[in-house]
Ligand binder design. Sequence first.
Ligand SMILES: NC(=O)c1ccc[n+]([C@@H]2O[C@H](COP(=O)([O-])OP(=O)(O)OC[C@H]3O[C@@H](n4cnc5c(N)ncnc54)[C@H](O)[C@@H]3O)[C@@H](O)[C@H]2O)c1
Length: 259
Amino acid sequence: MRLEGKIGIVTAAASGMGRAGALRFAEEGAKVGVVDVDAAGVERVVNQITQAGGEAKGIVADLTKDSESRRMVQETADAFGGLDFVWNHVGHPGPSRVEGVDMADFDLAIILNLRTLVVATDVAIPLIRKRGGGSLLYTASTSGIRGSLKSPIYSMAKFGVIGFAKSLAKRLAPENIRVNAVCPGTTETPMLRAFTARPDQDEMKGKDIDALLQNRGSDVPMRRRAQPEEIANAALFLVSDEASYVTGAALSVDGGTTA
Ligand SMILES: NC(=O)c1ccc[n+]([C@@H]2O[C@H](COP(=O)([O-])OP(=O)(O)OC[C@H]3O[C@@H](n4cnc5c(N)ncnc54)[C@H](O)[C@@H]3O)[C@@H](O)[C@H]2O)c1
């Protein structure tokens, strides 16, 4: 098994790619902290893991709060006796508008894409150091690699995620702590609807969101959206020892979108 003996955390693990990652990591032998604000969703994922013979600890946490971002790291390490990796996957689309920007939504995007990641990393580094090394993985996006017409603030945040990952990779490399970003393209999760149906996009007014959603992915070179499991497989590689010489990478998993 590819994560035998490892202890890790996945945030936003009740749904979509995070859920797929938590299940996949557990299947490969990891003990997993399953973190999300959705208590019922956390319970479902933990049950699925334990019924399959894996080990998981459910942690219901609102990662807009620093104290919760700290707690979820410490609770996982306390439950399983250490920490080898964290997949900070939680994020938020933020406002589409720049003129007339909703600053409360802006703050939420910065907190959920960037702030929680820094707070969790602060707690995780000494724990991973104690194990002689490990891995930090952050979720960016294709919007962290190139500009985004409809989501300039999201793009700003995801460029930040990659900048942080690359910088921290240099700093932590001598300690064998690898830091990478995974950059999903259009992926079939509830967040896709949240992006497509944002109320502050004037050009979306009066449009049939379901029809637009149906069409998402048709402009991707592979002519389709990603399934959450396809991103989880890339995450599995990056947090595992198979990626032992990979640090500071921003790995696109996007069907050719940023090629
Ligand atoms: N879906 C896409 O097309 C796409 C593409 C690129 C990047 N991403 C990134 O992927 C991540 C989102 O993952 P997904 O698409 O699998 O989404 P998803 O909609 O399937 O799941 C999001 C999860 O985040 C949880 N969450 C929301 N707010 C939270 C909070 N305050 N505290 C804790 N948990 C919270 C929700 O409860 C939900 O379970 C984000 O970082 C997003 O930017 C998504």
